[in-house]
Design a protein around this ligand. Structure first.
Ligand code: SF4
Length: 494
């Protein structure tokens, strides 16, 4: 599949350049530091309350692994049970197909607007833009998504899409934009969180009461019962899922769980990992349609969009276990400094760095697997134990391989590695180079460090402190202090 078939809005510029711009934005960094620090502390407190937290993580990881192994069977079972409960299931192999299905379903109702529950899957396929092209206006109803939509912005966090915005920026966006989308912001709006939430509530209320069609994502779907679930914090999701006549849910195929009892594990892990709460405030579950209660027309769109291809990779497939809690973002030192936009993907942070390249092809997002220090904090925090550093290293190898395939000439990195290999396999050559480096260091080093190295090494040394080589190489020191003629390997050719 090419990157163009599935949207995931892949970034230009690539991560290194985008990160450099983000790093220069002091206000962004301050907003991120404050927000991620708060969520991080809450998560630690909430997870420490459970004695069996590690067992829960193990159970969830095993459950996800097993489910992914038999994904085809669980999906067919889900189709059966949703259909039996009065819903309709649609299969979409990519973003274009999913968008066409949803657009057709909305147009069939005769409506020209829909309300939306926060949904990563619909962002992934660029649904709002596709609906707009067809003359349908989509209103985001999650508070943070509303801020992003009104600000003509992009989400920068899975759970808190407007994490990069301060309260005063939000007030300014509400004052400037709300009137263009419906009910304007109240006069004299302050940046007090309660005032901002009330302004959003009033603005959205008229949309909820008018809407005939809603579009949602799903956190989980249960194959055995056909039940679909959305968890959220504000109640906006509950309004979307119950008031309109037609409900269209777009769900990645990896969200399916075999049985209702499996929810027991994930409903303990998800709120504690995402918002640091024991329970999420609103958990909505529905099974098909119920006469006279809630939407009378329910459609479930099962989205592949690169997931089947990801499933074929034995190392990479663990990324599909993700429950999108965002814990890995909040502990990531890279994310905390660059924010989500630098990843150029709907899925930012560590999970974005392993999921996006697999969904769109590693050659289309080759810089993302390198957007990490490999410190492992994401793995420690992940409630389903996705070994993100392992997948990152695996994808780095694939990115290098893809680059090598595309180039007629070897890269400077490959040449440097080749030269290093030649030097390190010849003790005589190594000794000569050590002597040369030691005398060079005497000339250029200041305070034990070298500023910027010349030529192709300038990019590497420009962002690091390069320690000066020792004035006396190790082996010379060994000979001098131990009085031996040579080290064990010198001159042996080994
Ligand atoms: S990779 Fe793990 S920690 Fe990160 S969002 Fe997914 S489930 Fe949460």
């Amino acid at each position: 599949m090419s990157g163009a078939d599935n949207v995931v809005w892949l970034g230009t510029p690539a991560f290194p350049e985008a990160a450099r711009t983000a790093l220069a934005d002091r206000r962004l960094r301050a907003n991120l530091r404050r927000a991620t620090g708060t969520i991080r502390d809450k998560r630690l407190a909430a997870t420490a309350e459970l004695d069996d937290w590690e067992e829960l993580r193990e159970t969830a990881a095993a459950l996800k692994r097993r489910t992914l192994r038999h994904l085809d069977q669980h999906l067919l079972r889900l189709e059966e049970t949703v259909t039996a409960a009065g819903g309709t299931v649609h299969w979409a192999s990519n973003a274009a197909e999913a968008n066409a299905i949803v657009t057709r379903l909305v147009q069939a109702t005769g409506e020209s607007e829909v309300v939306k529950v926060k949904s990563m899957a619909t962002q992934e396929i660029g649904l709002n833009e596709a609906l707009a092209e067809a003359g349908v206006r989509a209103y985001e109803t999650d508070l943070a998504e509303l801020i992003v939509q009104l600000g003509g912005d992009r989400p920068s966090h899975i759970l808190v899409p407007a994490i990069h915005r301060s309260r005063s920026e939000i007030r300014e966006i509400f004052q400037r934009q709300m009137g263009k989308w419906g009910r304007p912001a109240p006069e004299g709006l302050t940046d007090d969180p309660r005032d901002l939430a009330e302004a959003a509530r009033l603005h959205l209320r008229e949309k909820f009461l008018r809407a005939k069609v809603a579009v949602s994502g799903a956190n989980f779907a249960v194959a055995d019962t056909g039940t679909v679930m959305v968890v959220e914090s504000e109640g906006n999701g509950r309004m979307c899922l119950t008031l309109p006549q037609t409900l269209i849910t777009v769900m990645g195929i990896e969200k399916v769980l075999p049985s209702f009892a499996d929810l027991d594990v994930f409903l303990q892990l998800l709120p504690r990992s995402s918002t640091g709460e024991r329970m999420n405030p609103y958990t909505s579950l529905w099974t098909g349609v119920t006469d006279g209660d809630g939407p009378q027309d329910f459609h479930l769109v099962l989205l592949d969009n690169g997931r089947t291809a990801t499933l074929t990779d034995e190392v990479g497939r663990q990324a599909l276990s993700c429950i999108l809690c965002s814990a890995c973002l909040n502990v990531c030192p890279v994310y905390e400094r660059t924010g989500g936009h630098a990843y150029g993907s709907v899925y930012p942070g560590p999970i974005g760095a392993v999921l996006t390249p697999q969904l769109v092809g590693v050659e289309n997002a080759a810089s993302l697997p390198f957007a990490s220090t490999l410190c492992g904090a994401c793995y420690d925090a992940c409630p389903v134990k996705i070994d993100i550093p392992e997948v990152l290293v695996h994808l780095r190898a694939k990115a290098v391989e893809a680059k090598r395939r595309d180039r007629l000439l070897p890269t400077s990195e490959a040449l440097a590695m080749k030269a290093a290999g030649a030097v390190l396999s010849s003790p005589r050559l190594l000794a000569a180079l050590e002597r040369l480096a030691a005398s060079g260091a005497r000339l250029v080093a200041r305070d034990g460090r070298i500023g910027v190295l010349p030529g192709p090494f300038a990019r590497w040394s420009g962002t690091r402190d390069t320690p000066a080589p020792a004035r006396e190489p190790l082996r010379a020191w060994w000979r001098r202090t131990r009085g031996e003629g040579r080290t064990t390997t010198e001159g042996t050719g080994r």
